[in-house]
Design a protein around this ligand. Structure first.
Ligand SMILES: Cc1cc2nc3c(=O)[nH]c(=O)nc-3n(C[C@H](O)[C@H](O)[C@H](O)COP(=O)(O)OP(=O)(O)OC[C@H]3O[C@@H](n4cnc5c(N)ncnc54)[C@H](O)[C@@H]3O)c2cc1C
Length: 451
């Protein structure tokens, strides 16, 4: 029985789901919370440690529709988050693929049917698109169609994570980082089933009544998740604009094209991030997560934070350049800098794995998504707290349950083909040292990363 005085550890507590969880628990009056992480907030290993992330409300059906409206409300009204929302609207566009256009049209029709036609506008052609996004006037967008969404835009992700970290300190949440905060294993009672705490990689033991694992892309390598999540990486790069170029893009709608990629307005310093859209890469290696009797071959993240010389594959750079050239041919020759890989862990059905671990009493999992959890920073922790307090509605409890049986062979957690492997891609790895040794030393579990 967890009480407000129980000792609670949030592993990965300087990342997205972890810091949100600690925040909601602290706001509910839990008095003995400690976050453990490799890095302090904003964790350099977090997928959320990024200049900006998209947010939108166009999905009005299903769970992501419900959560999108709830989180939009939180970014607009929760004083901790309001400074980081840029409600500039969104252009959600497609070009060649009829099924993508049909899917966007279906979302548009659903909005209209639900009486939300003031939130969306159907853009039939280039002229319609330019009315909303004049910045595309030099772009190669003939034949594009899609939707404008008013209640949408971007959030200053890194700054928001930093603010949550500061709020956790203010609320008295304890923390530990570095090797003492890096999870190595669970500590179990003599029955082998009841969690008593966490052992860190430096041998330090942290007793607890409840352990919450919110370790993002690292989750499957740390706890045996029985193949419920697969970690994959995507890539981004930045260009620098002049003051005049930047001013022309200020407060303009974000652009997302599922066949191409996405971007948001530049920072006040003129730095603009571009991401190409694709099915992601895995990075197959062998490791032994806690709870497994044998080594398992799975996709293992290799983070930019621990391997700062890593950049992105050559084909990824070409794809990012294609986004820039298509939308801003005038910027096509600008150098791409701060090119990095970013890791998420996808569940096969795209829903969170947010549940009690049925194998260990006192272990909660808060992980797995399909690449759009950052926007949920203000609210995801509410659901973890509800789970702990037995308040999750039955529908959510079932949706986010432990579910190894639900994987189907062809599932990838996203649209599109099975991901290719980063190991065979050229151009991203720039150190010849066994940098995986650094991760291995930290986690003590990656056996043989074949690189
Ligand atoms: C290129 C890219 C673009 C994206 N764009 C968007 C977007 O526009 N909008 C959006 O909503 N989402 C976006 N996402 C997805 C979003 O970033 C993720 O869904 C979200 O950040 C995942 O949160 P998480 O808490 O599961 O993981 P993370 O935020 O990555 O947190 C995991 C934490 O676990 C810690 N950790 C790992 N191992 C250990 C250990 N052994 N011990 C202790 N701590 C550990 C890490 O240091 C980290 O702090 C994007 C993702 C990528 C890759």
């Amino acid at each position: 029985m967890i009480t407000k005085e129980s000792k609670i550890l949030v592993v990965g507590g300087a990342g997205t789901m972890g810091s949100s969880t600690a925040l909601h628990l602290a706001r509910r009056g839990y008095t003995d919370i400690r976050i453990l992480d490799m890095f302090q907030p904003p964790s350099a290993n977090s997928a959320g440690n990024d200049m900006n992330k998209l947010i939108s409300t166009q999905y009005i059906d299903g769970i992501w529709g419900r959560l999108a409206l709830e989180t939009w409300d939180a970014w607009n009204n929760d004083h901790l988050f309001t400074p980081f929302l840029h409600a500039v609207g969104r252009l959600d566009l497609a070009q060649n693929d009829e099924s993508r256009i049909a899917s966007l049209k279906r979302q548009y029709d659903l909005n209209v049917k639900a009486g939300k036609s003031d939130n969306v506008e159907w853009l039939r052609n280039k002229d319609d698109i330019l009315r909303k996004g004049v910045y595309l006037k030099e772009g190669d967008i003939e034949g594009w169609q899609g939707m404008y969404i008013r209640d949408a835009g971007w959030v200053a992700a890194r700054d928001a994570l930093t603010a949550v970290g500061a709020e956790l300190r203010r609320l008295g949440v304890k923390s530990v980082f570095g090797s003492s905060g890096t999870f190595k294993s669970l500590l179990l009672a003599a029955d082998g089933k009841t969690v008593r705490g966490v052992k860190a990689v430096d041998g330090r033991e942290w007793p607890a009544d409840l352990v919450i694992m919110a370790t993002g892309a690292w989750s499957p390598t740390l706890i045996d998740l029985e193949d419920q999540c697969v970690s994959k990486c995507w890539q981004f790069g930045h260009i620098r604009l002049s003051a005049q170029e930047g001013a022309q893009l200020k407060d303009t709608p974000t652009l997302y094209n599922s066949e191409l990629g996405f971007f948001m307005e530049p920072s006040p310093e003129g730095v603009m991030k571009f991401v190409n859209e694709f099915e992601g890469y895995t990075r197959m290696a062998t490791c032994r997560p806690f709870g497994s009797e044998k080594d398992i071959t799975m996709s293992v993240p290799r983070s930019h934070a621990l391997n700062p010389a890593d950049t992105i594959p050559e084909e990824g750079e070409r794809a990012i350049r294609d986004v820039i050239k298509t939308c801003f041919p005038q910027f096509a020759d600008k150098p791409l800098f701060d090119k990095a890989i970013c890791w998420c862990t996808d569940s096969y059905d795209g829903n969170w794995l947010l549940c009690d671990d049925p194998r260990y009493k006192g272990l909660v999992l808060a992980t797995g998504d399909c690449g759009h959890t950052f926007k949920m920073l203000p609210i995801v922790g509410k659901y973890v707290a509800d789970l702990i307090e037995g308040k999750l509605c039955e529908e959510d409890r079932l949706r986010w349950r432990w579910r190894p049986e639900s994987k189907k062979a062809a599932d990838t957690g996203r649209e599109g083909p099975q991901p290719e492997d980063l190991n065979v891609k050229k151009g991203w790895r720039h150190d010849d040292h066994a940098q995986d040794g650094a991760i291995s030393a930290l986690t003590g579990r990656i056996r043989a990363a074949k690189l």
